[in-house]
Design a protein around this ligand. Structure first.
Ligand code: LLP
Length: 415
């Protein structure tokens, strides 16, 4: 069940009143439901059960260690894109052999870190990267298992900033180059997989199905010529309905035709890399109204806390934490404190008459919320709280002002 519900006109996360959390920890505050994380993961497992994929949670969506631990305990593996994300998943003792290391710009030291940690799969995105992985593996005396990320030349039905499968995208390689890569003589690399990820927040499964055909055709041609590819990584991108009337398909109908197609392919080893679907609706961002001018509510969260509306014109539902009696609903824009005209969290929303001190909650803020937060305008990063039914605990402390200048040399300034 969606974890943010009203009880006695007061918005709760599971059994905990959000007002209690705001009083105890202040705002801006990210509040997560542990149960919802588990529920979403299990739903995904069931939707794809017929092909029994390794589900590699995409750490970039939200990399908090406590959330990663919940997913690990559920049986998830991880999709990482940097040495930093590898460091995080190793901290929770993730099974390295099941990790997929994706990303378009892996450095030598990141590749070494992955090879030394026995990361199971490296998804390579260019010829140069394949050569580099081979060189580093030879130096370290190990053998690397890789998948080639294809650029299948399909256009995903999504926002252009999060579409990745078209010809001019910086991600992956065209099939012709991928075929050439499978024929290269590489002493310390085994090319065992094909990888596709055509975008995030996909509107329907059509483009994914097209990309799967491209990938299966590539595998057949490569294997005919002597390659030994037996795995397919289908990427992530599964949609989330951010608003009640969002026509996005649910995960079961999105998965069904994909599962059907894949279960008829000769490949039996599948990876998925879902981020958003698992974590988006598990969290709300709580914020306090500071000022109301004209029809703009200025709040204490902003693009430094949740950049999605400013960056992608993304929609997050805004709910009043306390539903007060009879008020005429007015239309408000909700803006942050940052000195940028684009610093809006929501536009034109019907809300009760707002005043300074009122609490608001932006829902579906779990994916690419905290993980994209910044210190812009020298705002400390917000705290994160995890709710477990009736209990709750801080899973990330609010940054302090001292944290802001921790890595700067303040000594010379004071002299
Ligand atoms: N695999 C690869 C190779 C990816 O690049 C991504 C996301 C995923 C998996 C996970 O995709 P998901 O299941 O979460 O859609 N910041 C944007 C989304 C950027 C997605 C980047 N790559 C947003 O807030 O909408």
């Amino acid at each position: 069940m969606f974890p943010f519900q009203y009880k006695n006109n007061s918005l709760h996360c599971d059994s905990v009143a959000l007002t209690t959390l705001a009083q105890e920890f202040g705002t801006p505050l990210y509040v997560y439901s542990a149960n919802r994380v588990r529920e979403n993961f299990r739903r995904l497992v069931n939707a794809f059960a017929k092909i029994n994929p390794t589900i590699c949670y995409s750490v970039k969506a939200n990399s908090n260690l406590s959330l990663l631990k919940i997913l690990k305990d559920e049986g998830a593996s991880f999709d990482i894109v940097s040495g930093g994300e590898l460091f995080r998943v190793l901290k929770i003792n993730a099974d390295a052999e099941r990790i997929v290391f994706a990303g378009v710009g892996k450095t030598e030291s990141e590749i070494d870190f992955a090879l030394q940690s026995n990361v199971g799969w490296i998804n390579v995105e260019s010829e140069g990267e394949l050569i580099r992985v081979n060189q580093r593996a030879r130096r370290l005396g190990v053998s690397a298992v890789v998948a080639i990320r294809l650029r299948p030349d399909v256009d995903a039905a999504t926002h252009h900033h999060i579409s990745t499968g078209h010809t001019t995208s910086k991600f992956g390689v065209p099939v012709s180059l991928a075929l050439k890569m499978t024929r290269m003589k590489l002493s310390n690399v085994k090319i065992r997989g094909a990888h596709i990820h055509i975008g995030s927040q996909l509107g329907n499964p059509e483009a994914t199905l097209k990309a799967i055909e491209v990938a299966l055709d590539f595998v057949a041609r490569a294997n005919q010529a002597g390659a030994e590819i037996d795995a397919l990584d289908v990427g992530g991108g599964f949609p989330v309905a951010y608003r009640a009337d969002d026509p996005k398909p649910d995960i079961e109908s999105f998965a069904a035709p994909i599962v059907e197609r894949l279960s008829q392919s000769p490949i039996k080893n599948f990876h998925l890399e879902p981020g958003r679907f698992i974590i988006a609706d598990t969290a709300a961002l709580m914020t306090t109204v500071q000022y109301v001018k004209d029809r703009i509510a200025i709040v204490d969260a902003g693009m430094q806390t949740l950049i999605r509306p400013a960056l992608y014109e993304a929609y997050h539902q805004v709910l009043p934490v306390e539903q007060v009696g009879q008020v005429s609903n007015l239309s408000y824009d909700v803006a942050g404190p940052i000195c940028e005209s684009s610093d809006f969290l929501a536009r034109d929303r019907e809300l009760p008459n707002l005043k300074s001190g009122d609490l608001l909650a932006l829902t579906h803020a779990g994916a690419y919320g905290f993980s994209m937060a910044s210190n812009y305008n020298s705002h400390p990063l917000p705290a994160e709280v995890l709710v477990e039914g009736e209990r709750y605990r801080v899973i990330r402390q609010r940054q302090t002002l001292d944290d802001l200048i921790k890595f700067e040399d303040g000594s010379s300034i004071r002299q």
